[in-house]
Design a binder for this molecule. Structure first.
Ligand code: NAI
Length: 406
């Protein structure tokens, strides 16, 4: 079969029928969940298109597998492949806490300018939940993916660099920071914020979503998170004036009745939003968040509808995209064939939809829902349910694949 390359033309993706898609197996539970995800994606594509479309999978190395094979955590060759083929799906990669190398995930997001992390959180019938109405949870998080405290600009306490920065801040800028402090920098730019908000609002308009909530801690961090809030409002007003109204306008001009075809733009302070998504999930729909807030709220929201084992995600830029689960390498269960491949199966579903292969994506959602409603689940879900035994990772992947029917 002829290998074909995906291209972008002015932001529009062009997908051949036999595209090369790259995959990184990942560390920890990565190999366990990748097997199931690949089987499900292949079955869905085959069933939807009867052979007229087929993925050509190509492995690239990153993380522990790359280190063992090449001595590098993230070999240049893998980066070249992503540059060429544009789209990849990956398992989780280990990042040591404290010292050690920088996060490979963050490096990939920065290298390919994957500015928006998109994480849908929805309820699948039959999934266990700690809340009364989990079916009310249907949100999509748009998390800024390159800046904020994740930018990797930080200096160890006592290092010459930290001392230099402290001398500047305490000397020239009139601060009084303790001499034994580690220092981190939190940059948030208008450009990245507006890119993110543009994607979030466009998504809300195209998918008939009711609102976009800007999540921030701008009352305390005025020129970073406060500015994030202001730039998000500006982007919505300047770029989508016909399709958006603010929450204030909803009250004052529309007597709280949402007009047809208008997305409401509102903002909430981060800590308050954590309570709100639990108590009033119906009031929240698309959420636009800076990097760190987006990270935290992703796991909290996932917990309302089954947990990290079924939480998918996508990192989207203008010319590349990398799909990956919300969770990490789960070292506590790695290699035991008990992890839930659902997170990567659903990330694969997002990837196929991104390619415009909606029919295959729809088949995955149907089969996934059917499998769970049959009580076929892995340990992370069965342990929250009564009288349900658990399937291995591989068995769950197979069960979903077998439920894919034309
Ligand atoms: P984690 O997300 O790996 O695990 C948290 C908890 O969720 C664990 O109890 C784990 O068993 C469970 N869990 C996660 N995925 C699951 C699945 N598919 N099925 C069943 N249970 C699942 O978070 P942790 O332990 O804080 O991080 C471990 C490593 O992963 C760290 O090195 C961290 O830096 C890295 N990490 C990598 C990410 C990525 O590659 N995108 C994202 C988050 C963390």
């Amino acid at each position: 079969m002829k290998e074909n390359t995906i291209t972008y033309n002015n932001g529009i993706i062009n997908v051949p029928d036999n595209p090369v898609l790259l995959y990184i197996e990942g560390d920890g539970i990565g190999p366990d969940i990748w097997r199931g995800a690949r089987e499900v994606m292949d079955r869905a594509v085959e069933t939807a298109y009867s052979g007229s479309r087929k993925v050509i999978w190509k492995e690239i190395l990153a993380g522990g597998k790359a280190k063992d094979a090449t001595g590098e955590w993230l070999p240049e060759e893998s980066l070249n492949q992503i540059e060429k083929y544009k789209i990849a799906i990956k398992g989780p990669l280990t990042t040591p806490v404290g010292g050690g190398m920088r996060s490979i995930n963050v490096a990939l997001r920065q290298r390919f300018r994957l500015h928006s992390c998109i994480r849908p959180v929805r309820y699948f019938k039959g999934v266990p939940s700690p809340v009364k109405w989990p079916e009310h949870v249907d949100m999509v998080i748009f998390r800024e993916n390159m800046e904020d405290l994740y930018s990797g600009i930080e200096w160890k306490a006592g290092s010459p660099e930290a001392e230099k920065v402290l001398a500047f801040l305490n000397g020239e800028m009139g601060q009084s920071i303790a001499a034994d402090s580690g220092i981190g920098v939190k940059p948030i730019s208008a450009r990245n914020t507006k890119n993110l908000m543009r994607n979030a609002v466009r998504y809300a308009i195209n998918h008939n979503r009711k609102s976009v909530t800007i999540m921030h801690k701008g009352n305390i961090m005025k020129y970073t998170e406060g500015a994030f809030r202001d730039w998000c409002y500006e982007a919505a007003k300047d770029e989508f004036p016909e399709n958006t109204i603010t929450e204030k306008e909803l009250k004052e001009k529309y007597n709280r009745i949402q007009p047809e075809g208008k997305v409401v733009i509102k903002d909430r302070i981060a800590d308050a939003l954590f309570q709100e998504i639990i108590i009033h999930p119906l009031n929240y729909d698309v959420i636009a968040a800076p990097n760190l807030n987006g990270d935290y709220i992703s796991d909290a929201l996932a917990a309302l509808v089954g947990g990290l084992g079924i939480a998918p995600g996508a990192n989207i830029g203008d010319n590349h995209a990398i799909f990956e689960a919300t969770h990490g390498t789960a070292p506590d269960i790695a290699g035991e064939d008990i992890a839930n491949p659902g997170s990567l199966i659903l990330s694969g579903e997002m990837m196929l939809r991104y390619l415009g292969w909606d029919k295959a994506a729809d088949l995955i959602i149907e089969a996934f829902e059917k499998t769970i409603s049959e009580g076929k689940v892995t340990l992370d879900l069965s342990s929250q349910m009564e009288r349900v035994s658990s399937l291995k990772s591989s068995e769950f992947g197979r069960a979903v694949a077998e439920n894919i029917k034309a």
